[in-house]
Ligand binder design. Structure first.
Ligand SMILES: [Mg+2]
Length: 251
């Protein structure tokens, strides 16, 4: 495995979307609390206040099951809403999906923000002839809605989603198909994402270059040492993703 400080030519950069280019966590926290307050107004106020945090944390692991192809996107979503309802003490969480979506979705897209360091990063790469793409485990329709409500619609050369690829990260086939669509060799493609298992570990496993975005910088030193040993660059901002930075020579 080459060290990240070693210069390599990079022809394309694949970005994860959620919590990499857009602050999905913050929007989910706000929208989840707003929707729970509408659907389950009699629940414990202390739980209602953190209902969005609970919703995003997905303690049942349903998003992982969807990523592995074990659940449809709709079934994954329904299961997470049912879990939230049960946690709030409701007996009818299973049947509340349509009502939840009606309250959640407008609040979610209204709250969705692009990270301030994302637009300049994408522009700098494009200005230097670098192909850029999105590779997300979310669904195509939902991803399109997220892009419509941020400044990112139409910005990247390709958009690859779990359902249209047929594979989700960290499956190597997801990375390889994204590279094929981007028109770049995996060995000359950099992937940037925030989830260690799905993003950088999946990317290096598929033969791509990888950067792990840890925005709060809070990282156990033993974890940092291990991922660095695997050739993964650890970054806390997209401001360092520039031609000539990251020890990588962007061609
Ligand atoms: Mg992410």
């Amino acid at each position: 495995m080459a060290h990240p400080a070693e210069d390599v030519l990079i022809d394309g950069v694949l970005f994860d979307l959620d919590d990499t280019l857009i602050d999905t966590a913050a929007a989910m926290h706000l929208a989840g609390a707003a929707a729970a307050a509408v659907l389950w107004p009699d629940a414990d106020p202390q739980r209602l206040a953190i209902a969005g945090v609970r919703f995003r944390s997905d303690p049942g692991g349903f998003f992982g099951a969807y990523t592995r192809g074990e659940l449809t996107f709709a079934a994954m979503r329904a299961a997470r809403i049912a879990d939230l309802g049960a946690w709030l003490g409701a007996a009818d969480g299973q049947v509340a999906r349509a009502a939840f979506d009606a309250a959640y979705e407008p609040a979610f897209v209204a709250a969705l923000q692009t990270f301030k360091d994302a637009p300049a990063c994408l522009t700098a790469l494009q200005d230097n002839g670098i192909r850029i793409g999105l590779l997300t485990n979310s669904g195509a329709d939902y991803t399109a809605a997220k892009l419509r409500h941020t400044s990112l619609a139409g910005v990247t050369d390709v958009v690859c989603t779990r359902d249209t690829l047929g594979f989700g990260k960290p499956d190597a086939r997801a990375f390889h198909e994204a590279c094929r669509q981007l028109g770049t060799d995996p060995a000359r493609t950099l992937h940037i994402g925030d989830e260690l298992h799905a993003d950088p570990l999946g990317a290096v496993g598929a033969g791509l270059r990888a950067a792990w975005l840890v925005r709060d910088g809070a990282l156990d030193e033993s974890v940092r040492a291990e991922v660095t040993r695997r050739g993964i660059a650890v970054i806390d901002t997209l401001e360092v993703v520039r031609p000539g930075r990251l020890g990588m020579r962007l061609s």
